[in-house]
Design a protein. Structure first.
Lengths: 334, 322, 316
């Protein structure tokens, strides 16, 4: 594979919430990139700025949040310098998004057909009559039975899994090159989760699109992602290909996260039971984040310098980036 | 299927409602005894025979229940009897005066709808901005300023001080403006319509802006934007229709309030409408007229409520299952 | 959540050493209310009306029933140094009648809402707690009252009742007409309260603390009055505040149309007596009008502030 230019490159992105109580640094200097036709998994606890960073890709961060710094290079062009009109033309057509909660991300008062054809007719200037067969075809592809009937139905008449399939179909309508999937399975039943993940993987291979999969679930990225970025408190801890993250994690937070996952080959009951480790402490308040490395107060390896210096992302191996002072990252005073 | 049944159920409830109101009113009016006696008491030269014959003439004799059913049977044929004071068919009077009332109320509610939508969108899409704050404050003041006080202020300003708009009546008594019934009529409508529209605009804006702010925060709005739909379509097509759902009920209530307080509005502007007619009727105990006016007002109100119920079903598919 | 940190911390500091107790719902709501500028403006206006109602004999320069200006030929006088807001067509001092009108207004608002709350909470509470057929029937009954043209009916009843009492002992009750209006307003304005009470009782019936009370065998009366009702109060108070403003406005309109109590000193009566002279003595109309506006605005703002204080939404 040629080391071609990545489809999406995010550099030093900062998204801050300007609240009455002060500035919340939800995303505070994040870098990552997505290659063509690959899936990048972004993992982090809730509140680590994952959702906001996907909305930032579309320039849709809701007030009081604002993207305050950084570059978002999509196909080599910085999205943050595009005009609103150019941006609107990209959304849904080149970059699309799948939302976390299928119950709230479909408009309750319009039929499925009306919502999907509207997008297609808008972007491709197609007539309703031309758009409808394509919508029906896509609904079939995302695994919806009897799509022509579903077209006339309303969101409340469908099950959660069905609605999420509609959400996926909506994202894929215009054959986008990049799909942002924000916790696409969190709101679903466990059995449905597996089906939806399978569907996403299948569609991604079929349409050769790139995907950013945002989740808090290590199991989900293990299954889906080519490469993984681990985030903590609005910053990137570690980025590497999936195998490396699971087999040779470097950052103490990644390690702690993996250790806190239950494993099928361990027994948590009976006489020889193990205790499932958890990360002590709580995710930090981003209104007033810890000084130095954001993780230092929960880190088992923390030293005095970690409290003072902010680690800079550093490659420890080709394609394996870690930001930890204890792994050789240089620190800066911030 | 479900829709038809829902509307049918509302229709039946409406019918019960109208009958209920008529019964309450009928009972109350009969509690005061024979209105003819009260009206003619203390007048010289009135004998019991005269009272008796007049009572018969207006169909006020016999037992209360008999009279009620006779009356009920008659109003189904749109026959409300004869006004005691004016000696005219009540149905004719109701039609004439009712149209005058609707002439100012329907334009007022339509203007209020249009203006409040524009203002609410302006404010809600700029939440916490100075414009938004100004709209909230203005709407709150407008909502708290009783309509008839606004009417008085308008008359003071435009009729008495500036002298550019008429302060009373639906038409000029002597010379029509520009010799045209239409222009003169419109000229007289300006102040009453402005007053009603202002109050309704303020209340609707208060409700619609809050609802719109709530809706604009929801996922499906972000999703519509993320699909690349232009902002105009997101706000007017997706957000506004959803925002209207909780406001719809109030639209019916608002119309009811406007209709119910028509006596006040029409007293302020000396407007020859149903409200003014009603006041005259109860002041002079014109029994058939009181009953007729109340029934028509109740009927209009129930119709408005029914229309909002139907609008609900059209706008919100989730109700159709119920 | 975070926004409560400061007052909660202060309170904890105060309680340090004694028992540590987090601030209760009422106190927390007060902290939130205090920061709501619109709500505080409403509270100020309402407090002003209450103070005027209490102290009007001290504040008013003239007796509200003093018509001596009329005898001096000084009726409809524009504001001057003796009559600060002028005199009206009956020779009354406009300022004094405006101040005394606050008493009538509050009597109407509080009286009507006391009756409405009693009926509303009883009916709504029974409907919500009992459920089933009782609920359905009571709520239809409430809906009936919500759809009928209340104002029109009140006008007719006030007028007809005035005829019925002639010649009976009722005639001798002072301010009978005003009392009739208050009772009528109360009897017609309860449905919103009933609906809210029903919703709250329905919600709280299944709350864990209520089920716990049921489990330990509390009496039904205690459950309803000591566990459910206090928790339903915040939502009800908002409606009552709104209703007081509404009742005051309704009385004004009844009086303005000439069906009010001729003996009462009320803002609506002043409007009724002076509206025909609007052109020559606008101050006699504008003064009570402003009083009504500020009172209604005060109660509306107060209700608005209370809603925010009781139901903290995400504030940005």
């Amino acid at each position: 594979m040629a080391a071609a230019q990545p489809l999406l490159e995010v550099r030093d992105l900062k998204v801050h919430f300007f609240t009455r109580e002060g500035v919340v640094r939800a995303v505070d200097g994040v870098d990552y990139s997505v290659n063509r036709a690959e899936t990048l998994g972004i993992v982090g606890e809730s509140g680590s700025g994952k959702t906001v960073s996907s909305l930032a890709m579309l320039r849709l961060v809701p007030p009081p949040a604002r993207t305050v710094a950084g570059q978002i290079l999509f196909d080599g062009e910085d999205l943050l310098t595009r005009t609103p009109k150019q941006m609107a033309a990209l959304r849904g057509r080149r970059i699309a998004m799948i939302f976390q909660n299928p119950a709230t991300s479909l408009n309750p008062i319009y039929s499925i057909g009306a919502q999907l054809t509207e997008i297609l007719t808008w972007h491709e200037k197609a007539s309703r009559r031309d758009a409808e067969p394509r919508v029906i075809e896509l609904l079939g592809l995302v695994g919806i039975s009897d799509p022509a009937t579903r077209l006339r139905q309303y969101p409340h008449e469908l099950s959660g899994g069905m609605r999420q399939r509609i959400g996926i179909a909506r994202a894929l309508l215009c054959n986008p090159s990049l799909v942002l999937a924000d916790e696409p399975t969190t709101a679903l039943d466990v059995t449905i989760q597996a089906q939806i993940l399978e569907l996403l993987a299948e569609l991604q291979a079929r349409f050769r699109m790139s995907m950013v999969l945002v989740t808090h679930d290590m199991g989900v990225v293990a299954r889906m992602a080519t490469r993984i970025t681990v985030m903590y408190a609005g910053r990137v801890c570690e980025t590497a290909d999936a195998a490396t993250i699971f087999n040779a994690p470097q950052h103490p937070y990644t390690r702690a996260l993996l250790e806190s996952m239950p494993r099928i080959d361990h027994s948590y009951a009976g006489p020889a039971r193990r205790v499932l480790p958890s990360i002590p402490g709580r995710p930090p308040n981003l209104l007033n984040p810890p000084s130095g490395c954001r993780f230092h107060d929960r880190c088992p390896e923390a030293q005095v310098e970690c409290r003072r210096l902010l680690p800079v992302e550093t490659a420890v191996a080709p394609g394996h980036i870690v930001s930890c002072l204890r792994r050789g990252s240089p620190g800066i005073v911030a | 299927m479900g829709t038809v049944r829902y509307i049918l159920r509302r229709l039946i409830f409406s019918a019960f409602l109208i009958i209920g109101v008529s019964m309450i009113l009928f009972a109350m009016i009969n509690a005061i005894g024979n209105p003819i006696e009260i009206l003619l008491a203390e007048r010289p030269g009135i004998t019991d025979e005269i009272i008796e014959s007049i009572t018969q003439y207006y169909g006020l004799g016999g037992s209360v229940t008999d009279r009620y059913f006779t009356w009920l049977g008659a109003i189904i044929r749109f026959d409300f009897g004869t006004s005691i004071i004016y000696n005219l068919p009540v149905s004719e009077m109701l039609l004439t005066y009712g149209l005058e009332t609707l002439k100012i109320q329907i334009p007022a509610i339509l203007i209020a709808l249009l203006v409040s939508v524009l203002i609410s969108v302006l404010a809600a899409t700029r939440q916490y901005s100075r414009i938004d704050f100004g709209v909230i404050a203005g709407a709150m003041v407008g909502h708290s300023l009783p309509g008839f006080l606004l009417g008085i202020l308008l008359i003071l300003l435009f009729s008495y001080w500036l002298g550019i708009l008429p302060s009373y009546g639906a038409y000029s008594t002597r010379n029509l403006l520009m010799d045209s019934m239409v222009i003169d009529g419109l000229w007289h409508m300006v102040l009453p319509v402005a007053m009603l529209a202002f109050f309704n605009t303020a209340t609707l804006t208060l409700l619609l802006r809050a609802s719109l702010v709530d809706v604009l925060r929801q996922d499906f709005i972000t999703a519509a934007r993320a699909s690349g739909l232009p902002e105009r379509r997101v706000v007017f097509g997706h957000a506004l229709r959803n925002a209207f759902i909780p406001v719809l009920t109030y639209l019916g209530i608002l119309f009811g309030l406007m209709l119910g307080t028509a006596p006040v509005t029409e007293t302020v502007f000396t407007w020859p409408g149903l409200g003014a007619l009603y006041i005259m009727a109860i002041q002079q105990l014109d029994y058939p007229l009181i009953m007729g006016a109340t029934m028509i007002i109740t009927f209009m109100l129930v119709t408005a409520t029914l229309l909002t119920d139907i609008a609900y079903v059209i706008i919100d598919p989730r109700i159709r299952l119920a | 959540m975070d926004s409560d940190a400061t007052p909660a911390a202060t309170l904890q500091a105060e309680n340090l050493g004694s028992r540590q107790r987090p601030p209760g719902v009422w106190r927390q709501s007060w902290y939130r209310f205090r920061r709501n500028r619109a709500g505080m403006l409403g509270l100020t206006l309402v407090s002003l009306v209450v103070l005027i109602a209490i102290f009007c004999p001290l504040l008013a320069p003239f007796d509200p029933n003093d018509q001596s200006a009329m005898l001096r030929g000084a009726a409809r006088r524009a504001p001057d140094s003796i009559h600060l807001l002028g005199t009206d067509r009956n020779g009354y001092d406009v300022l004094s009648r405006m101040l005394y009108g606050a008493r009538t207004a509050l009597a109407v608002g509080l009286g009507a809402m006391a009756i409405a709350s009693l009926i509303g909470v009883t009916i709504g509470g029974i409907a919500g707690y009992a459920g089933g057929m009782t609920d359905e029937l009571l709520m239809r009954f409430a809906e009936f009252f919500m759809v009928i043209p209340v104002f029109i009916v009140i006008l007719a009843v006030v007028r007809l009742f005035g005829i019925v009492v002639v010649g009976t002992w009722l005639e001798n009750i002072p301010n009978l007409n005003l009392i009739t209006i208050i009772v009528l307003l109360g009897c017609f304005e309860w449905p919103p309260i009933a609906r809210m009470a029903r919703a709250e009782f329905l919600r709280l019936k299944h709350a864990e603390f209520v089920e716990a009370a049921v489990c330990i065998g509390s009496r039904k009366r205690d459950i309803l009055l000591r566990h459910i009702l206090p928790n339903a109060l915040p939502s009800l108070i908002v409606l009552v505040a709104l209703g007081i403003g509404g009742a005051i406005l309704a009385e004004t309109m009844v009086s303005f149309l000439g069906f009010g109590d001729p003996k009462a000193v009320s803002w609506g009566q002043s409007l009724f007596f002076n509206y025909e002279a609007l052109k020559v003595a606008p101050w006699a109309v504008l003064t009570p009008g402003t009083a009504i506006f500020l009172t209604v605005l005060g109660f509306n703002l107060l209700a608005d502030g209370l809603t925010d204080a009781f139901n903290p939404r995400l504030r940005q």
